[in-house]
Design a protein around this ligand. Structure first.
Ligand SMILES: Nc1ncnc2c1ncn2[C@@H]1O[C@H](COP(=O)(O)OP(=O)(O)OP(=O)(O)O)[C@@H](O)[C@H]1O
Ligand SMILES: [Mg+2]
Length: 292
C-alpha cells in the first residue's frame, strides 16, 4: 500500500489541489482503491468530496455530517453523534470512512476542532500521542487489505499533524509556487525529508517523488525561479518534469456544486485535463515503479 503525502509549510501552494487530483485520478481513471485522509483543520480536502457542516460548538470550524451507516445502537464507538473524522484516532475511537461519488474512493474527513485539540498536546507527548498513534493506524492490516493507496492532505505548517503524515508516508510530494516564500518552504521540506530518511528503517524508506511547480505563469519571475531551482546543485534533480499552470478551470472545479465536478470530467481536448493527466501520470509512475 502506498501512502502519498503532499506537504509544504507555506500556504496556498496546491497541497489540496494535488491531493484532489491524485485521489480522483487514482480512483476514477486507474480504478485503484483509494482512501483520502484530511489532516488539515481547514477541511478543504474533505469539503471536495463531502458536504461538511458548521460546528455549532466552534463556529467557523467544520465538522463531518453524520455517517450514512451510523447506528446509534451499535456498541462500537465512532466519533461524537455518529460523525467520524480522522481526528478520532487520537481519541481512541474507530474510523469509519465515508463513501464518495467515486466508487473506489473513500474519505476520512477532517474535524476542525478535534484536529486542533489533537495537535495541541505537549511537546514531549507529540511522538507518543500523535505520531505513534497515527502510524499504528496506517500500518494496521485492515487498512492495507482495504486500500491500494492513501492520500493525506496536510496543513500549512510543520506541526505535529504534518510531521505525523510525513512519518507515515511512503511518498512525499512538495508542491510549490515559483516564488520566494514557497520556495523557502521547499528547502525546509527537503531538509525534513532528509532528516526523516536518516531516521527510517531501510525496509520502510520515505521516497521523495519530487517538487511540483504549481500555478505556473509565463512571467520572468516564475521562469527565473524555476530555472534556478532546476539547476540548483543536489536539488535540481528533484524538480518534476511536469507542472500545473495557473488556470481558471483548476480553481473553478473547487467551487461547491461546480459542473463538471472534476477536471477529469472535462472533454479530452481541455488543456487543464491534459495537464492534470500528465502530472498525475508522472507522479503515479514514480510511486508505483517499485511495484504495486
Ligand atoms: N494550478 C492552479 N491554477 C489555478 N488555481 C489553482 C491552481 N492550483 C490551486 N489553485 C487554487 O488556489 C487555491 C490554493 O490552492 P490549494 O488550496 O490547493 O493550496 P494549499 O497549499 O492546499 O493551501 P493551504 O496551505 O491553505 O492548505 C485554491 O483556491 C485552488 O483552487
Ligand atoms: Mg490545503
Amino acid at each position: 500500500m502506498k501512502i502519498i503525502v503532499p506537504a509544504n509549510n507555506k500556504g496556498g501552494v496546491g497541497k489540496t489541489k494535488i491531493s484532489i487530483l491524485l485521489s480522483e485520478y487514482l480512483s476514477q481513471v486507474l480504478k485503484k482503491r483509494v482512501l483520502a485522509i484530511d489532516f488539515d483543520p481547514q477541511c478543504n480536502f474533505s469539503q471536495r468530496f463531502l458536504t461538511m457542516e458548521i460546528d455549532p460548538a466552534a463556529p467557523g470550524g467544520k465538522i463531518p455530517p453524520v455517517h450514512p451507516n451510523y447506528d446509534p445502537n451499535d456498541t462500537d464507538t465512532i466519533g461524537p453523534e455518529g460523525r467520524s473524522s480522522i481526528a478520532d484516532i487520537f481519541f481512541g475511537q474507530l474510523i469509519l470512512p465515508y463513501p464518495t461519488y467515486i466508487t473506489s474512493l473513500e474519505l476520512s474527513p477532517a474535524h476542525a476542532d478535534r484536529l486542533l485539540a489533537a495537535e495541541s498536546v505537549r511537546r514531549n507527548e507529540v511522538i507518543e500521542k500523535v505520531h505513534d498513534q497515527f502510524l499504528a493506524f496506517i500500518q494496521s492490516p485492515e487498512l492495507s487489505d482495504a486500500y491500494d493507496v492513501i492520500i493525506i492532505d496536510t496543513p500549512p505548517s510543520k506541526g505535529p499533524l504534518t510531521m505525523g503524515a510525513i512519518k507515515a508516508a511512503t511518498h512525499l510530494v512538495i508542491p510549490s509556487v515559483m516564488e520566494e516564500a514557497p520556495i523557502q518552504g521547499v528547502y525546509g521540506m527537503l531538509q525534513l525529508w532528509m532528516q526523516e530518511s536518516i531516521r527510517r528503517e531501510q525496509l520502510r524508506p520515505l521516497e521523495l517523488v519530487g517538487i511540483l511547480p504549481n500555478m505556473f505563469r509565463q512571467t520572468n519571475l516564475h521562469r527565473d525561479m524555476l530555472k534556478s531551482l532546476s539547476s540548483a546543485e543536489r536539488i535540481g534533480k528533484y524538480v518534476l518534469p511536469v507542472c500545473l499552470n495557473q488556470r481558471t478551470s483548476f480553481a473553478e472545479v473547487d467551487a461547491e456544486g461546480a459542473i463538471p465536478r472534476s477536471i477529469f470530467d472535462l472533454p479530452d481536448s481541455a488543456i487543464a485535463k491534459k495537464e492534470a493527466i500528465a502530472v498525475c501520470e508522472c507522479i503515479t509512475e514514480r510511486v508505483f515503479s517499485g511495484g504495486t
